[in-house]
Design a protein around this ligand. Structure first.
Ligand SMILES: [Zn+2]
Length: 336
C-alpha cells in the first residue's frame, strides 16, 4: 500500500479512505479523530469523534456537551480498529490531552503528530517518539531562525519586572488553552506563590487542569467591579491576548502588557501588539526540535503541514529524506 492510499489531504483535512475517517477536519464530517483541543484542530459539529479523554472534555467545555453526535475516548497506546485500519494515540507534549495519531494498515504506519513540542512542560504528558514510515509534522516555527529559549529564563524576566515596577499591574497575555496554564505553572515553579488573577474566560479550563492533577496554586478572578484598580497593584493577571486590547485592561493600575508566545521572538510582532514585555514561550517545536525529531525517527518520508513548509521540506531533502508539503488550510494555531 502506498502512503497516500492510507492518508491523503482533502479540502476537509487529512482523510483515510480505508478507515473512512478524517484527522482534525476543518469542516463537519461523519467521523473525526482529533489530536487536541485548540479550536483550529477541534471543531464542533462532527458525527462521531475519537480523541483522548482530556480532548473530549476540553471540547465539551468549549462547545457544550452536545458538540458531536457520539464520542469515544482513546487511551494513550490503545489500538483501535476502524474498518480494518488500526489507529492509536500517543502523547504529543503540546497541551493537556494532546496526541499524535498513528494510522496503520498492511504493515505501513503513518504518524500524524498534530502540534507537538519536545521541551519540558509539567501541564501535559511529554512527547513520545513513535517509529513510523511516514511522519507528518507541523512547521509553525519551521525556519532556522527560530530557537526557543529556556521557558524558566523567560519567566525570570517577568519576575524581574515585578520587582522593578512593584506598582504596576502585570498583564500576561496567554491563550486560554494550554499556554495560560503553563505560564501559571511556570510561575509557581519559579517560586511565585502570591495569588494569580485570571480573566473570566480562563476559569473553566484552569479548573479543568486542576481537576486533572495540575496544581496552579491560588487563582482568583480578575474582576474590578467590586474593588478599585489599586487592588491589583503589583499583581500578575493572566488573560487571553484579545482581552488586553480591550477597555478591560486599561482599568488596571499602570498596566504593563506582557505576552507569552513563540512569536515574541519576532520583535516586530511584539511592537505591533503594544507588548512591553515579550516572553518567548512556545507550545510548538522550534527549528532544532523539529529537525532533531526527524533525525531521531528516521522515517522513509516526511509530510509537512501548516507553517513554513518549504524550508523544512528543503532541509529534509538535503538530509536525504523525501518530503512534501501538504498545503492543508485552516490551521492557524491559537496556541502558539
Ligand atoms: Zn495547537
Amino acid at each position: 500500500m502506498k502512503p497516500d492510499q492510507l492518508l491523503r489531504p482533502m479540502p476537509a483535512g487529512l482523510y483515510c479512505p480505508a478507515g473512512d475517517f478524517y484527522i482534525d477536519p476543518v469542516r463537519p464530517v461523519a467521523r473525526a479523530l482529533i489530536t487536541h483541543g485548540h479550536s483550529d484542530h477541534a471543531r464542533a459539529g462532527h458525527g462521531a469523534v475519537l480523541a483522548t479523554r482530556e480532548t473530549l472534555d476540553i471540547m465539551g467545555i468549549r462547545y457544550g456537551e452536545d458538540f458531536c453526535g457520539s464520542m469515544q475516548a482513546a487511551d494513550f497506546g490503545e489500538r483501535i480498529d476502524l474498518n480494518g485500519v488500526t489507529v492509536s494515540f500517543h502523547p504529543a507534549g503540546h497541551v493537556l490531552g494532546s496526541a499524535q495519531i498513528a494510522v496503520e494498515k498492511d504493515g505501513l504506519r503513518i504518524v500524524a503528530s498534530g502540534d507537538y513540542k519536545r521541551g519540558a512542560d509539567p501541564t501535559c504528558t511529554a512527547y513520545e517518539p513513535v517509529p513510523c514510515d511516514v511522519f507528518i509534522t507541523e512547521a509553525t516555527f519551521g525556519l532556522p531562525v527560530f530557537h526557543h529559549p529556556e521557558p524558566k529564563a523567560e519567566m525570570g524576566k517577568l519576575l524581574t519586572s515585578l520587582r522593578q515596577f512593584p506598582e504596576r499591574s502585570h498583564l500576561v497575555g496567554a491563550y486560554s488553552l494550554g499556554k495560560s496554564q503553563r505560564v501559571i505553572r511556570l510561575l509557581r515553579d519559579c517560586g511565585y506563590d502570591a495569588p494569580i488573577y485570571i480573566h473570566g474566560s480562563l476559569a473553566r479550563l484552569c479548573d479543568y487542569y486542576v481537576s486533572r492533577g495540575i496544581d496552579l496554586g491560588d487563582l482568583r478572578p480578575a474582576t474590578l467591579e467590586k474593588g478599585d484598580p489599586t487592588d491589583f497593584r503589583g499583581a500578575v493577571i493572566v488573560g487571553p491576548p484579545s482581552a488586553f486590547a480591550d477597555r478591560w485592561a486599561r482599568r488596571f493600575n499602570e498596566p504593563l502588557i506582557a505576552f507569552a508566545s513563540g512569536w515574541m521572538m519576532v520583535r516586530q510582532r511584539a511592537k505591533q501588539g503594544g507588548v512591553e514585555l515579550p516572553l518567548v514561550i512556545s507550545d510548538h517545536c522550534d527549528w532544532p526540535e523539529v529537525t532533531e525529531t526527524i533525525r531521531e525517527l528516521a522515517p522513509s518520508e516526511v509530510w509537512v503541514t501548516h507553517g513554513r513548509e518549504e524550508a523544512l521540506v528543503r532541509w529534509c531533502e538535503l538530509a536525504g529524506v523525501p518530503a512534501r508539503p501538504l498545503h492543508l488550510v485552516g490551521y492557524e494555531d491559537e496556541g502558539d
